[in-house]
Design a protein around this ligand. Structure first.
Ligand code: C2E
Ligand code: MG
Ligand code: MG
Length: 737
């Protein structure tokens, strides 16, 4: 046996060396080739056949240029020319395989010498297609991220993603579709090279199984591969059209958000049947992820914008956006002759109470329904917004006073239909104020303020209506001055008087007492209603002496009735905010009671919810009053802002349900529920209930049925003068019903 050293020696003999080189060439795992001076293959190993799909017989003798795609040819030719001049080198190029697919090859080449002259090129080639695609994708991905960071529009970012993928996936056609908010359909967001006919055909396609790869991918939230559309069972619907457009394969990947919801679908189409490689799958997943990052970023941005300018509960613009739009509209209006715009200020009457009695989620649901109805009353070009709480505003462009009035009427009619709120039938009414540009103001603030003033006027006049702002509303300021001047003289001039409205005990049906109501008879202006002068008296502080006079006169009157035999009667006196916060309130009341000879429990002080806004201070005042022995009643309950729950903090004896609730009892079960809930809750809190403004026997029987304790209203009697009241007592008409 030859020894190892001998073997090596025979191997390096020249014939054996040739065999070694030949083996190295033939069995090299990399493609090996030799090209002659004409550019024709002279040698072609097995690996080269595998990569190119050409047999050795086919390859040998054919020019290398037949394999190279046009765009790569000049570069590749000049590379080989350099090698022929003696250089050694490495170069990346592409080839078209026999099946038409494009591959990226990394070439090495060295010159071959015969008798000292270059006679050809020999080299290796490695298929780096897959590796390059991933590298390219990763590099390009950074460019997309940069675009996102620089706030390029989403559309551009998606187009860029498509371009990259088309580049790395052999010029195939790609598309991105976005899912709608309800995840029901897909909408084309980018499809640069997809045939237009096909792209518009599938725009808006439903998400679901067996409609196509994209619909299924969105539905199942997984990659769906149709490697041959002609034979794929998931393509019953669009198969023919896809084939007609030259699409034979479609791979679709869902684009998901971080919570796993579908944002859209990314798809790659091929013009021939095609099964994805591992790298293809990698590219698909990476692209879907990149698209998800982009879409999520823009959705978050949209969301932030939405939050800044829209009301999340109703989806309507908020007051910020509304003011902007009014300012813009005023700008437009200014440039057109005879153009006007209107601002409507809508406040829901008694909304707070619905919140309190039926709960916040019911309140929210009602606001959402109101928002929808209001928005349904205007043109697409107009704007409805939620101003705050239960206040909505509307901007009408290119309108007139008449048209704005019609819109207000439409809103009143629409809102008059009952609302279904958590199985309660609810009736709600709005008060609407309207201001117009140009006559009423120039700025959004001006127009809103004046519409608000007009709205307030509606509230005063009994709600559920609309009112235009007009000069008389602000000339009431002048009126106000006049009232103020006249008020100062009124006390001394004996122009005030009291009337008394009977209050009936519903359990016995007998008169329980009366509420004292102030009247002002001016020698020239006539009878001025309290709603008109009490706010002025309040503002000017004149209410302090006037209020004291009311208390004094009411207590004296009660003393007279007691003398006439009505010993159990009580008298209720309305207190104003300013009086309520007078430091000597309790002392003043105590003094008056003593002077009149009335025991404190016979006097009921009526306060309103607005007085209790400062809970801490109100609590201490109310306890001082309570300790002095007088009764305390909350007037007009349901129209203010307090909630039933914190009323329990206060020592309150009576709740007077505002007459607007009583009025609406007959309207629906929902309104009945509200009244019933107030009564039950008040009873639970240990308070008695007085129903105000009872006008019909239907209302009365419902209130009796709900165990309301007392009632007052025109059904029993209008407010009476002292004389009339005395006559009533004298007639022994203490049985009210
Ligand atoms: P209020 O305290 O809620 O008084 C009840 C009001 O409802 C009275 O209006 C009364 O005339 C009216 N009313 C009573 N029954 C019915 C009915 O069945 N149907 C209708 N539609 N209305 C009814 P008035 O006298 O005009 O008083 C208005 C408000 O002025 C009072 O509301 C009260 O807040 C205030 N006020 C009256 N007198 C005084 C006072 O001496 N001091 C203070 N601070 N405020 C007073
Ligand atoms: Mg009252
Ligand atoms: Mg009242």
């Amino acid at each position: 046996m030859p020894k190892t050293g001998e073997k090596m020696e025979s191997l390096t003999q020249s014939e054996s060396l040739f065999d070694i080189y030949k083996s190295l060439f033939d069995f090299n795992p990399d493609a090996c080739y030799a090209i002659d001076l004409d550019g024709r293959f002279r040698l072609f190993n097995e690996a080269a056949s595998r990569i190119t799909g050409l047999s050795q017989e086919e390859a040998v003798g054919s020019p290398f240029s037949s394999l190279i795609p046009k765009d790569q040819l000049p570069g590749t030719v000049s590379f080989f020319q350099r090698v022929l001049q003696g250089e050694r080198g490495q170069f990346d190029t592409a080839i078209r395989g026999k099946d038409g697919s494009r591959l990226t090859l990394s070439l090495t080449a060295v010159p071959v010498y015969a008798d000292g002259e270059v006679c050809g090129v020999v080299g290796t080639a490695r298929d780096v297609t897959e590796k390059n695609r991933i590298t390219l994708l990763l590099n390009e991905q950074n460019r997309v991220l940069e675009m996102i960071a620089n706030s390029h529009p989403l559309q551009e970012v998606l187009e860029q993603i498509l371009q990259i993928v088309e580049q790395v996936s052999d010029q195939n056609i790609c598309s991105i579709m976005l899912a709608d908010e309800d995840h029901e359909s897909l909408w084309m967001a980018g499809s640069r090279n997809l045939p237009e006919a096909y792209s518009s055909l599938i725009d808006g396609i439903a998400i679901g199984r067996n409609i196509g790869s994209c619909s299924t991918a969105a539905h199942d939230k997984r990659v769906v591969v149709a490697s041959d559309i002609a034979k794929d069972s998931q393509w019953p619907v669009y198969r023919e059209q896809a084939l007609e457009c030259g699409l034979r394969a479609c791979w679709s990947a869902p684009i998901l958000d971080s919570g796993g919801d579908v944002l859209g679908v990314f798809a790659i189409y091929h013009s021939r049947p095609h099964v994805p490689t591992e790298t293809d799958m990698h590219v698909i997943e990476k692209t879907a992820h990149l698209a998800s990052l982009a879409i999520r970023h823009y959705r978050a941005e949209e969301h932030i914008k939405f939050m800044a300018f829209y009301d999340p509960l109703t989806g309507l613009p908020n007051k910020r956006l509304f003011s902007q739009r009014v300012a813009e509209a005023v700008g437009r209006c200014r440039t057109k002759e005879n153009d006007t715009l209107a601002v409507l200020y809508i406040d829901l009457d008694r909304f707070k109470l619905i919140n309190d009695t039926l709960g916040h989620s019911a309140g929210d649901s009602l606001l959402q329904q109101v928002a929808k109805r209001v928005a349904g009353c205007i043109r697409k070009t107009d704007i409805a917004s939620r101003h705050s709480g239960d206040e909505f505003t509307v901007l009408l462009e290119h309108t007139s006073k008449e048209a704005a009035g019609l819109v207000a009427k439409r809103i009143l009619t629409e809102l008059a239909n009952p609302f279904d709120v958590e199985d309660n039938e609810i009736f709600i009414t709005p008060s609407i104020g309207i201001s117009m540009y140009p006559p009423d103001g120039e700025t959004p603030e001006d127009l809103l303020r004046k519409a608000d003033m007009a709205m307030y006027q509606v509230k005063k006049e009994g709600k559920n209506s609309f009112h235009f702002y007009d000069e008389t509303l602000s000339s009431r300021t002048f009126d106000r001055l006049q009232i103020e001047n006249e008020l100062r003289k009124a006390i001394g001039a004996d122009q005030f008087s009291l009337v008394f409205q009977p209050i009936v005990d519903l359990t016995t049906g007998k008169l329980a007492g009366a509420e004292a109501l102030l009247r002002w008879e001016h020698p020239e202006m006539g009878n001025i209603p309290p709603d008109r002068f009490i706010p002025v008296a309040e503002e000017t502080g004149l209410i302090i002496p006037i209020g004291e006079w009311v208390l004094q006169t009411a207590c004296r009157e009660l003393r007279e009735w007691q003398k006439a035999g009505a010993e159990t009667f009580t008298i209720a006196v309305n207190l104003s905010l300013r009086q309520f916060y007078q430091p000597d309130l309790t002392e003043m009341i105590g003094r008056i009671l003593e002077e009149a000879g009335i025991s404190p429990e016979k006097l009921t002080i009526e306060i309103t919810e607005s007085m209790t806004m400062n809970v801490k201070k109100a609590t201490s005042i109310l306890y001082r009053l309570k300790h002095s022995g007088v009764k305390i009643s909350v007037d007009d309950f349901g129209t203010g802002y307090s909630s039933l729950s914190y009323l329990k903090e206060f020592p309150i004896d009576y709740l007077k349900i505002d007459r607007s609730f009583i009025r609406d009892i007959a309207l629906s079960n929902g309104n009945k529920n509200i009244a019933a809930t107030i009564i039950t809750m008040a009873h639970n809190l240990g308070m008695k209930v007085i129903a105000e403004g009872v006008e019909t026997s239907e209302q009365l029987s419902f209130l009796k049925q709900q165990n309301s304790d007392e009632a007052q209203g025109y059904l029993f009697s209008k407010p009476l003068t002292g004389l009339e009241f005395n006559m009533l007592l004298g007639n022994g008409q203490q049985e009210a019903n």
